[in-house]
Design a protein around this ligand. Sequence first.
Ligand SMILES: [Zn+2]
Length: 430
Amino acid sequence: MNVILRMLVDGDTGSTSDWDDRWNHIKKFLERSGPFMHPDFEPSTESLQFMLETCKILVIGAGGLGCELLKNLALSGFRNIHVVDMDTIDVSNLNRQFLFRAKDVGRPKADVAADFINSQFHIIVCGLDSIVARRWMNGMLEHILNLSLLVYEDGVLDPSSIIPLIDGGTEGFKGNARVIFPGMTACIDCTLELYPPQINFPMCTIASMPRLPEHCIEYVRILLWPKEMPFGDDVSLDGDDPEHIQWVYQKSLERAAEFSITGVTYRLTQGVVKRIIPAVASTNAAIAAACATEVFKIASSAYLPLNNYMVFNDVDGLYTYTFEAERKENCSACSQVPSDLHFSPSSKLQEVLDYLTESTSVQMKSPAITTTMDGKNKTLYLQSVASIEQRTRPNLAKTLKELGLADGQELAVADVTTPQTVLFKLCFTS
Ligand SMILES: [Zn+2]
């Protein structure tokens, strides 16, 4: 389902309904100089006109963070705001979620989406809770950049072809805001290690040395449930079934009492079982404000943007700082260099697949691996189509040598985390 809305601030599309002094608060930043201005900025009335009339912003995500962002942007003078609500979007199908028209039939979907974004938007803002969707969007902006680089034969970057990405994320009392200039500054995938796959407690802690109420709940969820199967042999734990949660809650209380741990509640039990990280309105507000400020700074060019990553944490007191995340030389999203995959010729394809999903710097979901042999494309493994999965599954147990792969061979990998295939180079270790 496409959810692309045009926000009509005030219910009109022009600026005729402005009352006197409506934008006075904004004008103070744009029409007079100040000590924090961009050194090259000349105060004028043009920036505000650009923001009100021309600048188009794509906001991705309309959840807690996204809605807060929309309000801030609208009150800052932006009137052309498009919203894509990722809640209704199936991450496995992101390419399809942008508008496709009859004339686009037969064109690569990533190219159509790239054209759509490139021809319309000046700035993209992400307020998403999904890392996959965020990485996809990041990859899309890199794709747009590559397409426009093809136009300039000398390969010199034209700064106007860059669509900045402002990315905000929150998790409970923690949040971050960052500014990405594709091709120039660190992208989402450059710093993938900053997004840990999921918080899991060490098994030894859960099994024998619990200290937190969460450890007790995890003990029941991971170890006790499969052992006792309280609702029958085939019944797996369902976080939405109150009887299941009640059982886990009671057993967790017993476990907690044994180790003199307090704090196990029904609500916490459900939160742990369903992996709910509670949304904190104040964190969303702080991060949305930081993101909207960056949009304002970039759209007006009046101030230097954040360089380039802000961390916010109010778990215990209030802590915030910024640092410059660095580009990764062989980033799979923003560098043109294929990443090296170091494996021995006797490694199995399964090991390569495990690496692609488990490595913190790659973190793919269901990679499809293809290569070229004797001038022909060969699918080594593909999960998403059942018939192909079945046909290629035996390859997983074969060694790279048995598959006929050579040292230096390029593997093209497609995944939901990126709109384009990612190239890897096989480097044999002895
Ligand atoms: Zn990168």
